[in-house]
Design a protein around this ligand. Sequence first.
Ligand SMILES: [Zn+2]
Ligand SMILES: [Zn+2]
Length: 320
Amino acid sequence: MKKNGVCWLFWASLVFAQAQAPLENRQVKHLKVTILSTMLADDGIGEWGFAALVEADGQAVLVDTGARPDTVLSNARDLRADLSQVREVVLTHFHQDHTGGLIALRVEMKKRNAAALSRVHVATGLFYSRPLPDGSEGNSMVAVRPKYEAAGGQFVEHARLAEVLPGVFVTGPISRKFPERNWSGTGKVRTPTGLVEDTVPDDQSVVVNTTEGLVVITGCGHAGIVNILTATSDSFGHKPIHAIIGGLHLFQAKDEQVEWTADKIKGFGVGYLIGAHCTGIESLYRLRNRIGLDRRTAVVGAVGASFASGEGIHPGRIAQ
Ligand SMILES: [Zn+2]
Ligand SMILES: [Zn+2]
């Protein structure tokens, strides 16, 4: 009886270890994240939008596609980033300032490689209808979907955390533990349960499990950066958050909200912050001071700025 009990425990721990293995074992040794669309730019084009190229141990994923059709194409060309060799794309949410370049990028890159930018990872809810008061469709992705599929592309919908490259994950929809309410609109979304306030339920982030810690790449961070970090930390055994890169949608936030956010971020052990896109300039500097980071470890993100394993932030000229 005792022997059976020990055997069962051994077997159960093996099964548990296997269930845990994918997240903990898949580690990226070398990561480089380069911003391809945001407001600030040394060279190239700045715009209200976001995109970043994530290179992880020789593979790559494009996170968001900028607002205007040509911004990411042009900035990638200037920065000598070859998107024709990138297959995977992540769209962080449906907003046009993150999805506007998708069709132009696919059409242009497939001339060089049929597989280029041919698979797009989205979270459940990205295609939900957003009816406007005049009855028209407020979600441009409803029309983009058939165009992208006609160009040979494929969408993969995620309801939960999923690995898109070894050690590189999409979070899927984020549970909203804290009432951060980091979105601007007063829009409505048609979900399977009815027409409700659009909280951007499809907002997801990219998490890279590096040997230095977790690196979180957000688009607009509509789910709230604290909710995003909480969900990420829970999924990866409370490993420290090494870096945050992207939009935190705090440009309109009151001082108290920024201070609350900073205190929470500090609690996750965050070592680097590139606040791009909708983070807000004032909010970035308030976060930096209160978290206890400095100009080497926290900057406003610019087109061409990057974060690399073992090196930290290369901010470019204007944001240094
Ligand atoms: Zn947005
Ligand atoms: Zn945005």
